[in-house]
Structures are given as structure tokens and as C-alpha cells.
Design a protein around this ligand. Structure first.
Ligand code: G6P
Length: 608
């Protein structure tokens, strides 16, 4: 992961780079650093921890210079401390890196034999030394960088600064994204266009294998063979404003509260309310009628959104769904029928495993569809068709509104698929569209449970483990609920299919174990009641999320019950996600963890 920036400017760049890094903190926040060139001399400041620490370091000891590179880190090789923080130096070279150099061990041995001394535990430092060695052999800075890059295996986005080269940054991309920004007598480099938004909205994206020489007034891009290539300039729509928390204590709570609006926005993108039908599918380069199955790939929360949609696609459209986490899918060598449809669900559009899965499917002759929140992301750009979720920027590391917008989009696709395949008629489609259009209203009602859930969450702050149970679409939601709690409260939690309880997890139940049961009153509610009784009989403490009918039918006097309004089945996974998010949020707040930037995590995972 990690975020990188570079500026070849005409004013002091250190403060500008810190500003750009703030926008990249979602990519990692365990240490940060900047390096500049001042009168031909390389200088750097680095600090362990969040960017505020680097900011204080720079306040105490400013760094002059109108050209520089910067980095915010998510540690892969080497603990997060100042020594391992980027930029890394080697003689006349300063370098920042996002990704993993897979052959770093052999390169390190080779460089040590050549007399290079390593000061960090990172894989990155080998690249700095490699470039330095090539420079020493008499190559020019661009030639030296190119020669070094050719030795690298793995994924990397790099920015390199050279002593005495006051008008040059070399950038390279193999995997993680890199955007070059065009300014007036200044040029910029960043892991994404949002980082560069305060400076410019004219962007050139490097493609895989590209490397570039960036100067104040121009830049040149080369491919992996060293030949000049042209890459188009694009206008980025990234906002120049830093997204703020408004009146909220955390981005996560703000994003939870935005859900009625962004779900509505997303639904109106895919539904024609006046015609009461799903719209936009006619422009897709495939027809669900022609497909005999679809393949879905995603990671983390996006994967759970995909799992919910499997139930929808299979029930409504009678369309079988193969779904995998991307880290497994990419190496599974799944056989695929040509002209099939592969869908990739991703908030960031940059997740390395998901992108690798996409490229595999492309090779297999699949149509590629992306359910993606960031329109300018690599996955969006590499897809045949983009179904954009309109959640807006999601800053909290634990995904909330992106998840419910993914669900909203997938529900529309499933209904559209059902209509194309003739498994539902126009009347049923109209009914489902009406039901979906109710989701924002129900989401607003769910948010009224905020204070009540805060009280229930008090009991969770002192436990070590929590079990989440659900059936049908509430099973993936149980897994998502457990993930949310793990991510931000660090309490161990597992999501299970309620019917699987007796096949193992029931052994864990005792009077110390809270069990969150997600169960709207539906045709299989009674089955879940049996599971709750099995838990209660062993002293487990039940927190039941249901509706009034469910509460009445469950008859669990000792349970804490969170009651939502009764609602159409199609929207239950979307709306029931909200109390699940709120439960995790309040537990984390009671515990005093860093809700928006939980330890060890990053918003966008651009390494394997
Ligand atoms: C990280 C984030 C999760 C997210 C997952 C997939 O683990 O912390 O919130 O669900 O990556 O990210 P994507 O951007 O592909 O949805």
C-alpha cells in the first residue's frame, strides 16, 4: 500500500507534499516522510506514526527546496519506525515506494557483496542502492533508474530524486497506480488524482510497465522497453476540498449518517422510477439472458456485498454465481467459458488482488464489469462497463456507506438480470423497484436507533469474543458485522451461518459470549429462533436485530432486542447493515480506539 507524492515546483514543496499526503493517508498511516533537494543537496524528515508527527517534525526543523518526494507508509517489510520510513537514501539517490519488491532478498545479498550497507529492514532500500550503483557505473539518472527498475520483480510505484538534479523526478509503475499532474511551471506526481487535486485537475495516468521523467515544464513517458510512449491527459473530477467530518466526531459516524442520501443517489442512478424499471443495462456489452453463470470477485467488505448478491442473482434471476475472495481467485486458475461475465466489486478500484483477478478474467475472454466507487480508479479504467456506486469519498477505514451502495447497485443489477432473463415479469420488476426506492426512508428510520445501540454496545466493550449469526442474505451480513467489530474495536468476532452453529461454534458458547443474531421476521425466522434457543440454553447473551413481528415471535425475554421497522425482503440486507455498523462503531468509541484509522489497517490495499 502506501501513498506517494512528488513535486517539481517553483515554491517550497515540503508543506505542499504534506498536504497531498493527508489525502493519501487512507493508503497507510504508520509512518511518513518527505525528502527535498535544496541547492543540490538531499534532505529529509521522517516520523513514526501519523502525518501529524511528520508535520511537527517539519515545524521544528523545516525543509527548504522546490523539488521533493513524500510518502505515507503501511508497513510490509520492517516494523513501522522512523528508520524504515521512506524516503530511503543511497548516496545520491532518494526514493519512495508503494508495493512489494518480491526479489529483494537476492538483490540485497548481491548489493551487500558489492559493499552497500543497509540501514532499514525494508524491501525498498534495495531499489535506492540499485539506482545508486547504476549511477556509479556512469549512467545518467534516467538510465540508472531504468536499469534498476528492470531488475525488480513484484509490484511497485516509485518516485526517485537525485542529488544535483534540480529539475527531475523519475517515476515508475508496475501495479500500484501513479498519476502525473500538469501545472503551470510545476509538475506533480501522486498515487491518485485526489492527492493532486489542490494543485491541478489535468492528469496523465501511467500504465503498467511505464516509467517517466518529470520536469517543471514537461515530462516524458517510456514503456518497459525504454521506448517513448504517449499517454492521454485527462481532466480529473476529484474535489479540491478536503472532506471534513462536519459535526461528527468521526468520519465513520458521518458516513453512517450519509447512507439514506447516498443509497438514494445510487439507486436513482440505476432505477427509472417513473417507468418503474431498472435502467442502464441496455448499454452493457452483455445480455444476462445469454449467460449461464457469473463470476464475482472482491475483497473484504466488498466480498460480503458480493455474497449477498449471490442470493439475489440466484433467487431472482436464476443465474448461478461463483464468488471468491480475490486473493484466492487470482491463483485458482478457474476455468471460464469465453464471453462470460465477471464482476468486480471494489470501493477504491485499486485493490491489488481484485485487479489481478480482473486481468486474469480478461485473459480468459470475459466481459468485465466493475461495481466501483472511485470512477477514475485502475479497476474502473480497465473494465468494459462500470456500475458506479455513488457513495462519495469514504474516509473511515471501516467501510459503511460504500457497502450499502454496493448492495444497492447489486440489487438493481439482480432485478435487471431477472427481467432480461424473463424470470420476473414487468409487474414484479415494478414492485421490486418500488420496494428498493423505499430503502433511503428505512435507512433514516434505522439511524434513529443510534442512542439505543450506543447503550447496548456498552456491554460489548468488555468481552473478548462475539459471534454473529444469520441465515440467507443475513449470513454474509453476519460476517460483515463481525468484520466491522474486529476492524475497529479489536474484539475477536466471527460471522456464521446460523444453521452451522451446531457444527462447531456452539462449543464456544457460555455466559461470557455475546451472540448477535440478524433475523428479520421471514419464512425461515423460526429456524433461527431454534438457534437462539440453543445459545440461550448455554447461557449465551443474545443481541437480536429484528422487527416487531420477529421480537414477538422470538419470545427471548433475556435478549437485548434492536427493533427495525418491517420492510420488503429485498432491502433488508441494506437496512440491517446500519445497526450492525452502529453496534461496532459505538463499541469502538466506548473502548476509545482510533475509529477512523484503526491499527494495522489501510483503506486501500494495493499489495498482495
Ligand atoms: C481493505 C479495507 C476494507 C475493504 C477492502 C477491499 O481491507 O479496509 O474496508 O473492504 O480493503 O477494498 P476495496 O477498495 O476493493 O473495496
Amino acid at each position: 500500500m502506501c501513498g506517494i507524492v512528488g513535486i517539481v515546483g517553483n515554491r517550497p514543496v515540503a508543506p505542499l507534499m504534506v498536504d497531498a499526503l493527508k489525502r493519501l493517508e487512507y493508503r497507510g498511516y504508520d509512518s511518513a516522510g518527505v525528502a527535498t533537494l535544496d541547492e543540490g543537496v538531499l534532505g529529509r524528515r521522517r516520523a513514526e506514526g501519523k502525518l501529524v508527527n511528520l508535520q511537527s517534525r517539519l515545524d521544528e526543523n523545516p525543509l527548504a527546496g522546490t523539488i521533493g518526494i513524500g510518502h505515507t507508509r503501511w508497513a510490509t517489510h520492517g516494523v513501522p519506525n522512523e528508520t524504515n520510513a521512506h524516503p530511503h537514501f543511497s548516496n545520491d539517490v532518494a526514493l519512495v515506494h508503494n508495493g512489494i519488491i518480491e526479489n529483494f532478498r537476492e538483490l540485497r545479498e548481491e548489493l551487500i557483496e558489492d559493499g552497500y550497507e543497509f540501514t532499514s529492514q525494508t524491501d525498498t532500500e534495495v531499489v535506492a542502492h540499485l539506482v545508486s550503483r547504476e549511477l556509479n557505473s556512469g549512467k545518467s539518472p534516467p538510465e540508472a533508474a531504468f536499469a534498476a527498475i528492470k531488475r525488480l520483480e513484484g509490484a511497485f510505484a516509485l518516485a526517485i530524486l537525485f542529488k544535483n538534479e534540480d529539475n527531475l523526478i523519475v517515476a515508475a509503475r508496475n501495479g500500484p497506480p501513479l498519476a502525473i499532474g500538469h501545472g503551470e511551471g510545476e509538475m506533480y506526481l501522486g498515487s491518485d488524482a485526489i492527492a493532486l487535486a489542490p494543485f491541478t485537475n489535468v492528469i496523465t495516468y501511467l500504465e503498467d510497465g511505464d516509467w517517466a521523467t518529470i520536469h517543471r515544464d514537461d515530462m516524458q513517458i517510456f514503456n518497459e522497453n525504454g521506448a517513448r510512449v504517449e499517454r492521454a491527459k485527462q481532466l480529473s473530477v476529484g474535489s479540491t476540498l478536503m472532506v471534513d467530518k462536519g459535526n461528527h466526531r468521526h468520519f465513520m459516524s458521518k458516513e453512517i449518517f450519509e447512507q439514506p442520501e447516498v443509497i438514494g443517489h445510487t439507486l436513482s442512478h440505476f432505477l427509472d422510477f417513473s417507468e418503474q424499471r431498472v435502467s442502464g443495462l441496455d448499454k452493457a456489452p452483455f445480455d444476462f439472458k445469454e449467460l449461464d453463470r457469473i463470476n464475482i470477485t472482491a475483497c473484504g467488505t466488498a466480498y460480503y456485498a458480493g455474497l449477498v448478491s449471490k442470493y439475489w442473482f440466484e433467487k431472482l434471476a436464476r443465474l448461478p454465481v461463483d464468488i471468491d475472495v480475490a486473493s484466492e481467485f487470482r491463483y485458482r486458475e478457474a476455468p471460464m467459458k469465453k464471453d462470460g461475465l465477471s464482476l468486480f466489486i471494489t470501493q477504491s478500484g485499486e485493490t491489488a488482488d481484485t485487479l489481478a483477478g480482473l486481468r486474469y478474467c480478461k485473459q480468459q475472454g470475459q466481459h468485465i464489469g466493475a461495481i466501483v466507487n472511485v470512477k477514475e480508479s485502475t479497476i474502473a479504467r480497465e473494465s468494459d462497463v462500470v456500475f458506479q456506486t455513488l457513495a462519495g469519498p469514504e474516509i473511515g477505514v471501516a467501510s459503511t456507506k460504500a457497502f450499502t451502495c454496493q448492495l444497492s447497485t447489486l440489487a438493481c443489477l439482480a432485478v435487471g438480470a431477472a427481467r432480461q432473463r424473463g424470470t420476473i415479469d414487468a409487474t414484479r420488476e415494478a414492485q421490486l423497484v418500488r420496494e428498493l426506492s423505499e430503502a433511503p426512508r428505512y435507512a433514516s428510520q434505522a439511524l434513529k436507533l443510534w442512542d439505543e445501540i450506543a447503550v447496548i454496545a456498552r456491554d460489548l466493550q468488555n468481552v473478548d469474543h462475539v459471534l454473529y449469526l444469520g441465515r440467507d442474505t443475513n449470513f454474509p451480513l453476519a460476517m460483515e458485522g463481525a468484520l466491522k467489530l474486529k476492524e475497529i474495536s479489536y474484539i475477536h468476532a466471527e460471522g456464521y451461518a446460523a444453521g452451522e452453529l451446531k457444527h462447531g461454534p456452539i462449543a464456544l458458547i457460555d455466559e461470557t459470549m455475546p451472540v448477535v443474531v440478524i433475523a428479520p421476521y421471514d419464512s425461515i425466522f423460526e429456524k433461527t429462533v431454534s438457534n437462539m434457543q440453543e445459545v440461550a440454553a448455554r447461557g449465551g447473551k443474545i443481541i437480536l436485530i429484528t422487527d416487531q413481528k420477529g421480537a414477538n415471535a422470538a419470545g427471548m425475554d433475556d435478549a437485548k432486542v434492536i427493533i427495525l421497522p418491517e420492510m420488503p425482503a429485498i432491502i433488508t440486507p441494506i437496512i440491517y447493515a446500519l445497526p450492525v455498523q452502529m453496534l461496532a462503531y459505538h463499541t469502538a468509541v466506548h473502548m476509545g480506539t482510533d475509529v477512523d484509522q484503526p491499527r494495522n489497517l489501510a483503506k486501500s490495499v494495493t499489495v498482495e
